[in-house]
Ligand binder design. Structure first.
Ligand code: AMP
Length: 492
């Protein structure tokens, strides 16, 4: 199967070949002829399957072969009518889709632009006034411009809702409805979603007219090529374990997920102290900072990008070898989205989840969703303490801050911390029985890697040169005040 045989023009086939693609991916093989035929499309495809080219290529072809039914000029003085609207949940995804439009459309003459928040409103308004064929937007900023009458969407011929499930998760349904009200009744609709909840089905029913349905990965299952594993670890030892794994395996280009923005910042700082080049990316960072962090990561300037689910949505890094779930997501569909960042377009990928006893309920939900058990492992020296009892995840994050800090204050906090967890089901209804005072789980002679960053002085020259700590025979141990043994890391 070639791109040419799918009915694409020479200009598009040439652009694709110049970009290094030789064979269409399964979603492209199905979506390209379907979109060219002009009908609506409901596509179940995860990020990493090549879905962007699956809709961008045929949409460009339609624009270049069919003149706008609204004539050459747009309304409200714009020099041309808006012909395609792509709506995405995040700024990063919007930027990436628009970059793909430029790449694949390099031998054509269409103009495209992004509309999202976090960047100046005025320049966007000016560009809209000049006229543009294709807009790739997040819902909020698009509606702001529509409200200011900067953009007329009544000429749109093709609407794409990309990662629709995520848009609904993010609460964009009311905004999507408002956008739909601005579009003409007659148009082609393409809806892409990695998962199919009842909400998505309802949206599809409302939006699509006798759609072609294509699905490249079985519904709600994870990409086959990704090898998945769970590493069981004590609640407070995840950071040490992650530093150790990165150092030992000389990993670079690791995308690490945390549940919260605060957690992302804290982890990136801790990794930096361990001598690992890391940056955090989340919604509280300015668009500029997010773009820079992503660019740095892509070109190898940082080894680890720590991201929250929303910030990482749509991140496109070719052949990302590895994704680490530092926290398991409490929404099981997010697991599918997260691990879809690796194993892209046929490349192998690895998804590793560091799971503590508090997250077993989340893990069960995920395994139910993907309909398979994820193999479990432990790493010698980092085994979870069998006496550690589950605590409510959200309460625990608050309590966690009370015991962070230098070892002496941590030890003090352990001795004085009140029992955490109420013994009731947590926010997701998982039974979190028998919460224990923090600290009782210690002291089982389990070696504790501690103070990896204090081992310091590690160079970045040879490999990564990370200092990492690991429980094991090679390290000296001393008694800690609360009865556990601590291992002081040595640089290797
Ligand atoms: P997407 O699912 O659209 O985010 O694409 C995932 C990755 O696959 C991106 O890095 C694309 O550049 C790449 N890709 C898309 N189509 C192909 C293809 N036919 N052959 C190889 N790589 C592709």
């Amino acid at each position: 199967m070639s791109f040419q045989s799918l009915g694409l023009s020479d200009a598009l086939v040439r652009a694709v070949a110049e970009h290094g693609y030789t064979t269409p991916t399964p979603i492209q093989t199905q979506a390209i002829p379907a979109v060219l035929a002009g009908g609506d499309l409901l596509a179940g495809a995860q990020t990493g399957t090549g879905k962007t080219a699956g809709f961008v290529l045929p949409m460009l072809q339609r624009l270049s072969t069919e003149p706008s039914p609204h004539g050459a000029r747009g309304q409200r003085g714009a020099r041309r009518p808006v012909r395609v609207l792509v709506v995405t949940p995040t700024r990063e995804l919007a930027a990436q889709v628009e970059a793909s439009i430029r790449t694949y459309g390099k031998h054509l003459k269409h103009s495209s632009m992004t509309l999202f928040g976090g960047v100046g409103f005025g320049p966007q308004a000016a560009q809209l006034k000049r006229g543009v064929d294709i807009i790739v937007a997040t819902p909020g900023r698009l509606l702001d411009h529509a409200g200011e009458r900067n953009v007329d969407l009544s000429t749109v011929e093709i609407l794409v809702l990309d990662e629709a499930d995520r848009m609904l998760d993010m609460g964009f349904l009311p905004d999507i409805r408002r956008v739909l009200a601005l579009l003409p009744a007659k148009r082609q609709n393409l809806l892409f979603s990695a998962t199919f909840s009842d909400e998505i089905k309802a949206l599809a029913e409302r939006l699509l007219d006798r759609p072609r349905t294509i699905e490249v990965a079985p519904r709600n299952s994870t990409v086959e090529l990704i090898s998945q594993k769970v590493i069981s670890v004590g609640r407070d030892r995840k950071r040490e374990l992650l530093s150790w794994m990165i150092g030992t395996h000389r990993w670079n280009q690791v995308l690490v997920f945390t549940r919260t923005k605060h957690g992302a910042d804290k982890l990136a700082q801790a990794l930096e102290r361990d001598g690992i080049r890391a940056q955090a990316i989340h919604g509280n960072k300015s668009q500029g900072a997010r773009t820079r962090a992503l660019a740095d990561f892509k070109k190898g300037g940082v080894d680890v990008l720590v991201a929250t689910d929303i910030a990482a949505r749509g991140i496109d890094i070719a052949e990302l070898p590895r994704v680490v779930n530092y926290d398991l997501p409490n929404v099981p569909e997010d697991y599918v989205h997260r691990i879809g960042r690796t194993g892209r377009a046929g490349a192998d990928g690895e998804a590793i989840s560091l799971v503590c006893v508090d997250e077993h309920g989340f893990l069960r939900d995920i395994e139910r969703l993907i309909r398979r058990a994820i193999p479990r492992e432990t790493i010698a020296g980092f085994e979870p303490d069998p006496a550690e009892r589950a605590q409510p995840v959200f309460k625990q994050q608050r309590g966690q801050r009370a015991v962070s800090g230098p070892p002496s204050s941590r030890a003090r906090a352990r001795q004085t911390a009140a029992p955490r967890g109420s013994g009731h089901a947590d926010a997701r209804g998982h039974d979190r029985r028998h919460a224990q005072p923090h600290g009782v789980s210690r002291g089982h002679g389990q070696p504790q890697a501690h103070g990896a960053h204090r081992a310091g002085g590690q160079g970045r020259g040879a490999g990564h040169g990370h200092a990492f700590a690991r429980g094991g025979g090679t390290h000296a141990t001393t008694s800690a005040p609360h009865g556990s043994r601590r291992t002081h890391a040595k640089p290797r």
